[in-house]
Design a protein around this ligand. Structure first.
Ligand SMILES: [Zn+2]
Length: 249
């Protein structure tokens, strides 16, 4: 009797373990998203500095009848490059404003390391753009409207990964990699109302039906406890299934 129970328990744990491990095959340690600095985290002087350049970025978008626009600013305060989304114009969906402005700048000035520059963008960078910003070693990226707002509140199609999640994985780019400092919601009261409109009711080709829930407080728990919980849950499920199966024999 006990031997049978012991065997069932052992098989359950093995199944649970193998199932949990197969879900975590990545060799890279899971990383916490990097901190995003919001207006409340900044001094009045810092906020005014970033709002000035964000206002310039907003004006660039509005003047070009665009919604996504980006500029690159040297640490000495000089605006060196500008760009707007060229996806429709170039029939190339990868021509996001951030990609356009970085390509413009690299062609003009042959810059491959933007450690002395900041990139301002009306909307939070997508996975593609954030990774490109990291590959170019920018020191700062500053955005107005978040991906969450674009998707959940404005029904705009987005890849649902926040830029600070991607940002955490730049450590693999070089041994002395310094994460990009992300500033969010800068002049968001303007970008949320004057640049990005309500596409839920004013439907565009990018309108989607959002599926958003309130963030879970445990969503950022570490991988260790998640794996342990998965092992226990899977073992329990397997145990119940095996006992049920055994009772049929
Ligand atoms: Zn993008």
């Amino acid at each position: 009797m006990y031997k049978k129970l012991y065997s069932i328990l052992l098989i359950s744990i093995i199944i649970g373990l193998s199932s949990a491990c197969s879900n975590h095959a990545s060799p890279y340690p899971e990383r916490e998203p990097t901190k995003v600095l919001r207006p409340a985290d900044l001094t009045a002087e810092e906020l005014a500095y970033h709002e000035k350049y964000m206002q310039y970025t907003v004006d660039l978008a509005l003047a070009n009848k665009a919604i996504f626009s980006a500029i690159i600013v040297h640490n000495n305060g000089t605006i060196v490059c500008e760009g707007i989304n060229m996806g429709f114009k170039m029939k190339d969906n990868t021509q996001h404003a951030e990609i356009v402005v970085m390509q413009n700048c690299s062609k003009l000035y042959s810059i491959q390391n933007y450690a002395n520059y900041s990139l301002y963008t009306t909307g939070e960078s997508c996975v593609m753009c954030q990774a490109a910003i990291m590959w170019n070693y920018f020191s700062k990226v500053i955005y107005g409207t978040s991906i969450k707002t674009l998707y959940c509140e404005k029904c705009m199609g987005q890849v649902l990964i926040d830029s600070n999640v991607i940002n955490a994985y730049g450590v693999g780019l070089s041994d002395d990699y310094a994460p990009v400092q992300i500033y969010g919601d800068i002049l968001a009261n303007v970008t949320n109302t004057k640049v990005f409109l309500d596409y839920c009711t004013n439907k565009k080709v990018w309108t989607v039906t959002p599926n958003c829930t309130a963030p879970s407080s445990s969503s950022s728990s570490n991988s260790g406890s998640t794996i342990t919980m998965n092992v226990l849950i899977n073992a329990l499920i397997a145990l119940v299934a095996i006992i049920g199966f055994s009772s049929l024999l």
